[in-house]
Design a binder for this molecule. Structure first.
Ligand SMILES: [Zn+2]
Length: 400
């Protein structure tokens, strides 16, 4: 593999707070980055590397590969002809719509998933966590379709076995979740232990039991709001601590966190941080967004993703994680650069921590997964999200 020298880029490395020490444009010193054998070999003001392919990225922002921490690849209609949207505005309505039209529209489709992964890669996404439907009707077909599409893509795709139609209320699903984990699916999912399955204790016992037994991650959809959702978060924190699963558990959406009063939010933020439970937000439509700034200040990992991308749940989504970060920042009413930067952290390092990625970042020894954006600073990259100058995965330049 030929060495690649990125000349004169502005690397972005946020500190423990999720922000870089010197936010404004122009505050970073340009560096050269030498990539060798799929890893970052050196980062220095000037590197002399005879024989390396030199790419001039002077004055442009260099980010580690973008991390899509929550999407549903198996459901997508991306890449095909436009499909008129027909879901109503209720959760039950959207679930029903999804089920009804799955067969009719040929979902899951390997070709559509592959088209979406190609778009994600061109926009600098190097890692994806996809929640894949598991139920007695679809079985593991979604898992297999995502696997097949991912095998032909440079994007690192990890799946969550997702009981979209409930576990306890949908006999046969629990067994299929276990079958999915046995087949190598990286995480077990869950769905509104109270609101859908109507028995939070049994639901959580079942999915935490599976995560413990198979040594997987766990990432649960929690739409239940208010004090009910807050109580379910407490149950998740307790189980994560009791089973020593810190760093492997995430709660997606967690709308309740955006609805509770400040004192209740503070208490939960501290519990999530201590237990090592990550929060994943998509900041879609008018749904409540967890308090990103408060969570980060408390030390909670915050990641983000699109949720549905051009599927039966909604017609929106491009696969571009910088655009998604903009939605997170906008819905969080962030205006200051240093706040907007928190959304970029969620789309990069936050996602990497939530997924348990190793060797992630821009330091020597890290995997050479990176993206170059023609912007002078992180807030500009989020707000403008221009076409990427260069995308590299494992040291290979994919788009330039
Ligand atoms: Zn979702």
């Amino acid at each position: 593999m030929t060495d690649v020298l990125l000349r004169g880029g502005l690397p972005w490395e946020p500190g423990a707070t999720g922000r870089s020490p010197a936010p404004g444009p122009g505050a970073r010193a340009p560096v050269d980055i030498l990539v060798r054998d799929g890893r970052i070999d050196q980062v220095a003001p000037v590197i002399d590397a005879p024989g390396a392919t030199v790419v001039d990225v002077s004055g442009q922002l260099v980010l580690p590969g973008l991390v899509e921490a929550h999407c549903h690849l198996d459901k997508t209609l991306y890449g095909g002809p436009w499909v008129p949207h027909s879901a109503d505005d209720t959760l039950a309505g959207r679930i029903g719509n999804d089920l009804r039209r799955r067969a009719e529209l040929g979902v899951p489709s390997v070709a559509r998933i592959a088209a979406l992964l190609a778009a994600m890669s061109a926009a600098g996404t190097t890692h994806v966590r996809s929640h894949t439907d598991i139920d007695p009707e679809v079985g593991l077909r979604g898992v297999e379709a995502v696997r097949e599409a991912a095998a032909g893509s440079p994007v690192d795709v990890r799946q969550v076995a997702f009981p979209q139609h409930g576990v306890l209320v949908n006999p046969g699903t629990a067994e299929l979740l276990e079958e999915a984990l046995k087949s190598g699916v990286e995480a077990v999912g869950g769905l509104d232990p109270a609101g859908i399955d109507r028995d939070p204790v049994r639901h959580l016992d079942l999915i935490f039991g599976l995560a413990g037994r198979y040594g997987t991650h766990l990432d649960l959809h929690l739409h239940d709001g208010g004090t009910l959702g807050g109580w379910e978060l407490e149950l998740i924190i307790e189980r994560t601590r009791a089973l020593g699963l810190g760093g492997r558990v995430a709660v997606s959406h967690a709308y309740a966190l955006g609805q509770l009063d400040e004192a209740h939010q503070d208490r939960l933020a501290e519990g999530l941080a201590r237990a090592g439970v990550a929060i994943v937000t998509a900041a879609v439509y008018s749904f409540p967004v967890p308090p990103v700034k408060k969570l980060r200040a408390a030390g909670v990992t915050v990641a983000c993703g699109h949720d549905g991308i051009r599927d039966l749940w909604g017609p929106y989504g491009s696969g571009d994680m910088l655009e998604r970060a903009m939605h997170v920042a906008y819905r969080s009413t962030f205006r200051a650069d240093e706040d907007i930067e928190l959304a970029l952290e969620a789309a990069t390092h936050g996602g990497a921590r939530a997924l348990g990625l190793e060797g992630y970042g821009l330091s020597p020894g890290d995997r050479a997964d990176l993206v170059v954006v023609p912007c002078g600073g992180p807030a500009e990259a989020v707000v403008v999200h221009p076409a990427r100058t260069l995308v590299m995965k494992d040291g290979v330049v994919l788009h330039n």
